[in-house]
Design a protein around this ligand. Sequence first.
Ligand code: SF4
Length: 382
Amino acid sequence: MNRNPSRAVRVGAVTLGGGHPVAVQSMCATRTQDVDATVEQAEAIRKAGGDVVRVAVDSPKDVDALAEIRRQTTANLVVDLQENYRLAAKVAPHVDKVRYNPGHLYHHEKDKPVREKVRFLAEVAREHDCAMRVGVNCGSVDPDTKARHPEDDVAAMVESAIDHCRMLDELGFARYVVSLKDSHPRKVIEANVRFAALRPDVPLHLGVTEAGIPPEGVVKTRVAFEQLLTRGIGDTIRVSLTLPNPRKHEEVTVGRQILADIAAGRFRSVPVFDDDRLNIISCPSCSRVENERFVELAEAVKAMSAYAERHALTIAVMGCRVNGPGETDDADLGLWCGPTHVNLKRKTEAVGAFTYDEILDRLRRELDQLIASRSAAAVPSR
Ligand code: SF4
């Protein structure tokens, strides 16, 4: 396979881009403060062939746990920052790469220019010998960029990524990679193709976010990766699957299998993902999951909604309040989990919060109503 001439970016003991083999990543879904469980999962990912392991850090207590996790695993570690970008200064000494989301950066300390925040992150990364990932998600692009592309959310994603590359370039920081993710493989393909045409020098981290439960989640991911890697696009991959903790390392096994199949010319996808059927997206979970019943709930939603298989509807199931409210906006019905209740939405409109025992029945009612209203709308009036 020809590969794009991306530059080499070292992340701990592994190098992304620059013609190096495509690296495989995964993310811990255990509570970061549960050091034993997180070390066990990081090691399981590493032993399954994971080159890089991501951990979420949201608080000073998570930082303390991270320092201990660093001591107990040899995995190349990446930390995932959310709105509190200043935590980077505390986590960087313990990790090999820092990931930030430009959309989340925008919302914190609104009076401070984004460029200043990026400068802070670049300085921290440089000081602690860390690489960086600019991780753009379609569901959380900053409002100004989004507003410039009301009809083209892929363009908004690409513009956000290009802007941040420019800022990092101007700061003289070249040790970064970019990701452009969405839950739909078509948008992932489009975004990465457009970005790579503009910046073939920047290593790309590929992923279909919230791909969901296997096997559908694997199919969506495979469709995107086959289309991109065969064009020479992609230097590292992450397969995001909704899996219970003891099976989390299977994300790496699946990723390695997809890479091996592509290398051997074993293609299984037609480059179209079926938009005419029920699409269930669910996040892969991480330490931010607010109730351990999340994976079980995602599986129950899939089983319950099977009767609606032939309806072109999207149901999103997300594990927490960090990404849940925003990333469900585009779904016809969205669920995001709190500690004791599950929040239900119709597109951007909140329906209410329901207990874990109530939510399935309520979702079923909403789904029935949606199908009925669409059927009524499809009947021509006389
Ligand atoms: S929605 Fe929340 S729990 Fe799920 S992967 Fe994203 S941050 Fe983690």
